[in-house]
Ligand binder design. Sequence first.
Ligand SMILES: Cc1cc2nc3c(=O)[nH]c(=O)nc-3n(C[C@H](O)[C@H](O)[C@H](O)COP(=O)(O)OP(=O)(O)OC[C@H]3O[C@@H](n4cnc5c(N)ncnc54)[C@H](O)[C@@H]3O)c2cc1C
Length: 382
Amino acid sequence: VIIGAGPAGLVLGNVLRRAGIGSVILERSSREHIESRGRAGLIDHHTVQYLAEQGLADGLLTRGARHDSCEFRFGGNRFSVPYGKLTDGCAHQVYPQQFLVADLIESYLDGGGTIHFETPATAITGLDGRPVVDSGAGAITCDFVAGCDGFHGLSRSAIPADKIRVYERAHEFGWLAILAEAPPSTTEIIYALHPDGFAGHMLRTATVSRYYLQCPVADDPANWPDELIWSELHRRLATNDGWRLNEGPITEKAVLEMRSWVTEPMRYGNLFLLGDAAHIITPAGAKGMNLAIADARVLASALRSHYEQRDDQGLRDYSATCLERVWRAQEFSHWMLHLLHRPQVPTAEQEFLHRLQLARLTELAAGTEFAVGFAHNYVGAR
Ligand SMILES: Cc1cc2nc3c(=O)[nH]c(=O)nc-3n(C[C@H](O)[C@H](O)[C@H](O)COP(=O)(O)OP(=O)(O)OC[C@H]3O[C@@H](n4cnc5c(N)ncnc54)[C@H](O)[C@@H]3O)c2cc1C
C-alpha cells in the first residue's frame, strides 16, 4: 500500500507496476486538487535521468525547459554561473510539479494501477508482520506500506516515538512565495542578495513565474498587498544595467516556513517513510521533490530485489542509503540559505557575515573549484 499520491508515491507506484509488483495508492485529496497544486519546478539532472530510464519523462522532456545556468545579483551587479559547463553537461529540467504529478497519475492508471482519491488512510497496524491499512476503501492487508503522505501525513505517527529520532532546525526568516501570471523576465533563475533580504525569480512556464521574498518568520501574507510585492521585487532584483521585471496578476501568495527536519531511521518494521514524510528541507537549493523521488528509486530497487531475487539487503539498507543523500542535500540547502539571506543577528555581526557572503559570491563568479562543487550540488549531479 502506498499512502499519498505526491511525487514519491507516484514514482514508486509506477516503477513497481512496470516491474509487475502490485500496489494500491490511497490519496487524501481529489485528483483535481493534486493536479493543480503548484509547488516545485526544478528537476535535478539525476531525477530527470531516472524518470527517463523508467519511461516517465516524456512530458517533462517535451513540455519542460532545459536549464544549465543561474544568476546571482548583489549591489546592482549580476553574474551567471554556467553550471552545465562546470559539470560537463548536466542540466535541470524546469517543469511544474503539478504537471509531473498529472503525468504520473495518468501513466499509473493507464497501466492498470488503482488510486483511491479522496480516501485518507486512517490507521496503520501490524507493522511487525503483515501490515493493515484502514481507509474509506476498507482495511487492506499488504506486505509493505510506503508512507509517502508528506509532512502532515499519518504514516510517521504509526511509528512508536521511542523508535524514531528527529533532527530539526527552524530558521530565523521566512519566504513569501508568490505565483503570478507574468511571463519570465529572465532566462535563468535569479538569486538576489539585498540588504533588506533575499529575492528570487524562479521559472515555471512561458506565462507563469514564481518569486520569493525574504520575510519575517510566520509573517502574514495579508501584510503583503500586491503593490508592495512588486515594489519589493523591483527594488531587491534591480541591476545597474537597465534590466526590467515583467508584472502580471498575482494568483497565489503564501509564507513558507524555513524548516530543516530529518527523521531517523526512515523505516520501522514493514513501514518505509519516503519524501516529505521523512524529511523537510528548506526551498533554498530546490531539493525537496528531488529527494522524494530519490527515496522512491531506492525503495523500488530494494522491493524488486525482494520479490525477484529474495534478497532483502536493499530493504535493510534503505534508511541508511537514503539518509546519506538527505544529509548531503540538507547541508547544501543550509549553505545556500546562509549565502543568500540577511542574517537576523546584531548589526556588527551582520556586516561580518555579509562579507563572508560576498567572498563566496566572488568564488562562484570566478568559476573556481568552489564553483564546480556548487554546480555539482545544485544540478544534482552527484
Ligand atoms: C512553494 C514550494 C516550492 C517548492 N519548490 C521546490 C523545488 O523547486 N524543487 C524541489 O525539489 N522541491 C520543491 N518543493 C518541495 C516539494 O514540493 C516537496 O518536497 C514534494 O512535494 C515532496 O513530495 P512527497 O511525495 O514526499 O509529498 P507530497 O507532495 O506532499 O505528497 C503527499 C501526498 O500525501 C497525501 N496525504 C497526506 N496524508 C494522507 C493520508 N492520511 N492518506 C492519504 N494521503 C495522504 C497528500 O494529500 C499529498 O498528496 C517546494 C515546496 C513548496 C511548498
